[in-house]
Design a protein around this ligand. Structure first.
Ligand code: AMP
Length: 541
C-alpha cells in the first residue's frame, strides 16, 4: 500500500521561492568584479532569476539544454544558476583553472548553448572561441558601461540582455529527477568527467547540509561561501544558505587574505567555507596586521586535509571553530564533517586536535564503509585502512555520456580514497589509492606526513611520494617548498618530525623544490612529482 502524501517535486526553484517569501529581507551581498560592493535581498534575487529564465526561453533554451557559466561567486552568477535550473535547463559551471585543452573538451562534450562569462575570463574564452561551435551566444556578466571590446561573436552585456525581459514568468514544471547541474571533475589521467546533479539530489543534499552537525546555517547567520560555485557544486552552500534564510555574502574574485578579511569584518560574517589554501592567506594577513575575528563563529574547511597548525590557530588564537569536511564532486560534494558529538565533546588538548584532524563522520543520507582489495568489509577500529566506498541519494550513479558502470552490485561507489573509520564513525583519509606508499607490506599515510611537515618553521608546502626501495619495496620521499626567505634544512625538518609520526614513516630523504605542481582544484599533482623524481635513488646508509 502506498502512503497518502502529496507528490511534491523536489526541485531547486522551491528553495528560492521559500527564501523570497519567508526570508525576503535577508541580504545577498557581492564584492563585484567591477569593484564596488553590491547588495540586494532574496526577493530581488528571485525576481532577477525569473528574468534570466524568461530571457533564456526567448533565446530558445529548452528543458535539458546545457547552459554554461565561467564565473566567480557573485549575485549575477547565483541569478543565472537558479534561472537556468528553474527553466529545466542544466547549469554547467566551468572551472576556469582547467587547462585550455580541457576547457575546449568539456564545453564541446557538454554541447553548451550559451556561455555566461565574467569580465575576468573574457580573454581566456576569446582565445578558444573558434573551437566552441556549439555556443550560440556569449553573455558577459556586467553592464554596458563596463562592457569590454571583444572578439567574441554574438556577445552582449548581461544587464542589457536582462533589461529586455520582465519577471512575469512561472518556473517550468518537470520531474524532480531532471538534471539541474553539470560539474566536470578532473582526475589525474584522461579527460575530465561530467558529474550530473539532479534537482532531487540537490534538494536532498541541501537538507543534509542543513543538519546541525554539517553547515547547520540558521536564519540569523551571515554566510560567506568562498569555495567557488565552479568547484563541486559550491559545497551545496548556494542551496543550503537561502533554504535556511541566512544571508549570503559573495567574495567575487577577491580570494586574498585582505579581501576576505574585509568582508568578514564589514558584513559581520559568522560562517564561512573554503579550502585550506585560502585560509592560509587569511591567517597570514591577520598575523601581519595584528587583527582579530570578532564575528566569525565557525569555518568549514575541506577539499584537502586541514593542517594541524590551521586548527590550532583558528581555535586557540581566534576562537573560531574548525569543521573539517571531506567530500568529492561525485558526492554533491559533502561526505563527512568532523563536528564533535556527545561521546567526543569533552575532549581537550591533544585528543581534541587529533579528532579534528580526522575528516569526520557522515551526515544522515551518506553511508560509508571501508573494504580490502577483495571487497571484504574492514573493521571500524580507527587503524585498519582500506578503500572507502559510499552510497546515498546525492552520490553519482554514472558520468555524463559515459557508459562505464561506476557502482558495484550493491550500489556502492568507490571514492578512490584510502581511509580508516573509528568506533564512533569518524573517518580519516590516509591517501588517494593511486598515491599510497607501501613499505614492508604496510601502508604509510603520505597525507599525515605532509600535514605534520607543514607545521615546521620555514616550510610552506610539503608533498610525499613513494620511491622504489630494494629492501622495503617503497619508502617515502618528502618534497618541500620553503617559505620565502626561509633556509630550513633537511636535518631540521627531520628533527621536527621525530616523535610526531611513527618511526618507520620517517622520510627516507628530503628534497627542496621551488614549486609543487597543482591541479585546477588546488590538489597536489603527485603524478607529476613521481615523473619528476622517477628513478630517484636514496643514498646508502
Ligand atoms: P574534488 O572532487 O575535486 O572535490 O576532489 C575530491 C577529493 O579531494 C577526495 O576524493 C579526496 O581525495 C580529496 N579531499 C577532499 N577533502 C579532503 C580532506 N578534508 N582531506 C583529504 N582529502 C580531501
Amino acid at each position: 500500500m502506498l502512503g497518502l502524501m502529496q507528490d511534491y517535486q523536489l526541485t531547486v526553484q522551491t528553495i528560492l521561492d521559500h527564501a523570497a517569501l519567508n526570508h525576503g529581507e535577508r541580504e545577498m551581498v557581492t564584492r563585484s568584479i567591477e569593484g564596488p560592493i553590491r547588495r540586494y535581498n532574496y526577493r530581488d534575487l528571485r525576481t532577477r532569476a525569473l528574468r534570466v529564465a524568461k530571457a533564456l526561453q526567448k533565446e530558445g533554451v529548452v528543458l535539458g539544454d546545457r547552459v554554461a557559466t565561467m564565473a566567480w561567486n557573485t549575485d549575477r552568477h547565483v541569478e543565472t544558476w537558479y534561472g537556468v535550473m528553474g527553466l529545466g535547463a542544466i547549469c554547467h559551471t566551468i572551472n576556469p583553472r582547467l587547462f585550455v585543452e580541457q576547457l575546449v573538451y568539456i564545453i564541446n562534450h557538454a554541447e553548451d548553448k550559451i556561455l555566461f562569462v565574467d569580465l575576468t575570463f573574457v580573454p581566456l574564452i576569446e582565445a578558444i572561441a573558434t573551437k566552441l561551435p556549439t555556443i550560440q551566444k556569449y553573455i558577459i556578466l556586467t553592464s554596458d558601461s563596463y562592457m569590454p571590446q571583444t572578439t567574441l561573436p554574438n556577445a552582449v552585456a548581461y544587464e542589457t540582455w536582462l533589461a529586455g525581459t520582465d519577471a512575469d514568468f512561472e518556473w517550468a514544471r518537470f520531474d524532480e529527477n531532471t538534471a539541474a547541474g553539470l560539474c566536470y571533475t578532473s582526475g589525474t589521467t584522461g579527460n575530465p568527467k561530467g558529474v550530473l546533479y539532479s534537482h532531487r539530489s540537490n534538494v536532498l543534499h541541501s537538507l543534509m547540509c542543513s543538519q546541525n552537525d554539517v553547515i547547520g546555517a540558521k536564519s540569523v547567520d551571515n554566510v560567506l561561501p568562498i569555495v567557488p560555485m565552479f568547484h563541486a557544486n559550491a559545497w551545496a552552500i548556494t542551496f543550503a544558505i537561502p533554504a535556511n534564510g541566512a544571508s549570503m555574502i559573495m567574495p567575487g574574485a577577491g580570494m586574498d587574505g585582505k579581501s576576505i578579511y574585509e568582508l568578514l569584518d564589514s558584513e559581520k560574517v559568522n560562517v564561512s567555507a573554503a579550502v585550506p589554501t585560502v585560509w592560509l592567506g587569511l591567517l597570514q594577513y591577520l598575523t601581519e596586521n595584528d587583527l582579530k575575528l570578532p564575528y566569525l563563529d565557525r569555518v568549514l574547511i575541506g577539499g584537502a586535509a586541514v593542517p594541524r597548525m590551521m586548527i590550532e590557530s583558528f581555535e586557540n588564537t581566534y576562537d573560531v571553530e574548525v569543521i573539517h569536511g571531506w567530500g568529492m564532486t561525485e558526492m554533491s560534494p559533502i561526505g563527512t564533517t568532523g563536528k564533535l558529538k556527545y561521546a567526543t565533546e569533552h575532549l581537550q588538548g591533544e585528543d581534541r586536535i587529533k579528532l579534528k584532524l580526522r575528516q569526520g563522520r557522515p551526515p544522515y543520507l551518506v553511508e560509508m564503509k571501508i573494504v580490502d582489495d577483495e571487497g571484504t568489509e574492514l573493521p571500524r577500529d580507527g587503524e585498519t585502512s582500506g578503500h572507502l566506498l559510499v552510497r546515498g541519494p546525492a552520490i553519482s550513479s554514472g558520468y555524463y555520456k559515459h557508459d562505464e558502470n561506476i557502482l558495484d552490485e550493491d550500489g556502492w561507489f568507490n571514492t578512490g580514497d584510502i581511509a580508516n573509520i573509528d568506533e564512533l564513525g569518524y573517518m580519516q583519509i590516509t591517501d588517494r589509492d593511486k598515491d599510497v606508499i607501501k613499505s614492508g607490506g604496510e601502508w604509510i599515510s603520505s597525507i599525515e606526513i605532509e600535514n605534520t611537515a607543514v607545521g615546521c618553521e620555514g616550510v610552506a608546502e610539503a608533498a610525499v611520494i613513494g620511491v622504489a626501495h630494494p629492501k622495503w619495496t617503497e619508502r617515502p620521499l618528502l618534497i618541500i617548498v620553503r617559505k620565502p626567505g626561509a633556509e630550513v634544512s633537511a636535518e631540521e625538518v627531520l628533527a621536527y618530525l621525530e616523535g610526531k609520526i611513527a618511526k618507520w614513516w620517517m622520510p627516507e630523504a628530503i628534497e627542496f623544490v621551488d614549486e609543487i605542481p597543482h591541479t585546477a582544484t588546488g590538489k597536489i599533482q603527485k603524478m607529476e612529482l613521481r615523473k619528476k623524481f622517477g628513478g630517484y635513488q636514496f643514498k646508502e646508509g
